[in-house]
Design a binder for this molecule. Structure first.
Ligand code: IPM
Ligand code: MG
Length: 355
């Protein structure tokens, strides 16, 4: 098959890690008889520098001509201060999610056996969960307001709104993914306080009746944050709204101790889906051949699985990554003190050799 892939290399270490991921894709293409064509798309801080806005005209349209999007990382301290939305990298991220209809954000957090020492928790080394975060609704996209009051100074508000439809489609994704994994689903909300959460819970309970084979539970978000560090092994799939998912997915990635390994997928009902490492642009090590390309390479595996329905190709990548880690190869971010480290290019090359 032929596939057209949009590459948003972005800022900082983005171009380096995407570079290695592209070489892995080409190696898979050779091995399995696929052809990949790439389209470079400018977005993020580099786009602010080049054309004055982080999300240039036509970005979504160009992505829509492709079968999937691979993103490195966008942003960095250089662009962190502007109040003009066009000049903020985050604007590009939120816009592309909305414009491509990427309402489901899949963020797996699994502890690699070879890296069990990296887990900062004392007891539980059995972490293998997937956070399914709603990505195009809630307080991120609700009406924002800022105004002067007569007696309270300036006031600001962000509206948090969810419709039954939005909840149902992400809820279904959660149940469907649970069916493909351990058949357990935790739905995280704040139904003791928020009306959006009460509606969320009502819809989830209705759905739960359609999936009697999935063990379902409601978890309040504060308790979920606690349980994630107390006993993460209890979770399989966790589904939640946009902002709770933003926060909990960072927590989940931290307990695996190796954020440089974690991929993510953002998908909607139609192509293209968007795939990116969970880590940021790491400007402090950009351009030095130090970044870990594994999270981006594993994002390609997710692309093969979720956008192209190529599970064997996905598995081949994951197996190659496991092999390299089991052999003891480490980039600086996952090395223990005194361990020998390899750079971005070498790590990418080792993974390709094992394909
Ligand atoms: C993420 C990031 C973004 C988010 C920011 C950069 C807008 O934290 O992808 O989790 O909050 O969604
Ligand atoms: Mg975040």
């Amino acid at each position: 098959m032929n596939y057209k892939i949009a590459l948003i290399k972005g800022d900082g270490i983005g171009p380096e890690v995407v570079g290695e991921a592209v070489k892995v894709m080409d190696a898979i293409g050779e091995k399995f008889g696929h052809k990949f064509e790439y389209v470079d798309i400018l977005m993020g801080g580099c786009a602010i520098d080049a054309v004055g806005k982080s999300y240039p005209e036509g970005t979504a349209e160009k992505c829509k001509e492709c079968d999937a999007v691979l993103l490195g990382a966008v942003g960095g301290p250089k662009w962190g201060h502007s109040t003009d939305p066009d000049k903020r990298p985050e604007t590009a991220l939120l816009s592309i999610r909305k414009d491509l209809g990427l309402y489901a954000n899949l963020r797996p957090a699994a502890l690699q056996p070879a890296l069990a020492d990296a887990c900062p928790l004392k007891n539980d080394k059995n972490i293998d969960l997937m956070i399914v975060r709603e990505l195009t609704g809630g307080v991120y996209f609700g009406k924002k307001n800022r105004y002067q009051t007569e007696d309270r100074g300036e006031e600001a508000s962000d509206l948090m709104a969810y419709s039954e439809k939005e909840i149902e489609r992400i809820g279904r994704r959660g149940f469907e993914l649970a069916r493909l994994r351990g058949r357990k689903l935790a739905s995280v909300d704040k139904a003791n306080v928020l009306e959006t959460s009460r509606l969320w819970r009502q819809v989830m309970h209705r759905l739960a009746e359609e999936y009697p084979d999935v063990q379902y539970e409601d978890v309040l978000v504060d308790n979920a944050a606690m349980q994630l560090v107390r006993d993460p092994g209890q979770f399989d799939v966790v589904v939640t709204e946009n902002m709770f998912g933003d926060i909990l997915s960072d927590e989940a990635s931290m307990i695996t101790g190796s954020i440089g390994l974690l991929p993510s997928a953002s998908i909607g009902d139609t192509a293209p889906g968007l795939y990116e490492p969970i880590h940021g642009s790491a400007p402090d090590i950009a351009g030095q051949d130090k970044a870990n390309p594994i999270a981006t390479i594993l994002s390609v595996a997710m692309m093969f699985r979720y956008s192209f329905d190529l599970p064997a190709e996905a598995k081949a990548i994951e197996t190659a990554v496991d092999a390299v880690l089991n052999e003891g190869w480490r980039t600086a971010d996952i090395a223990k003190p005194g361990e020998e480290v390899v750079g971005t290019l070498k790590m990418g090359g080792l993974i390709r050799e094992r394909l």
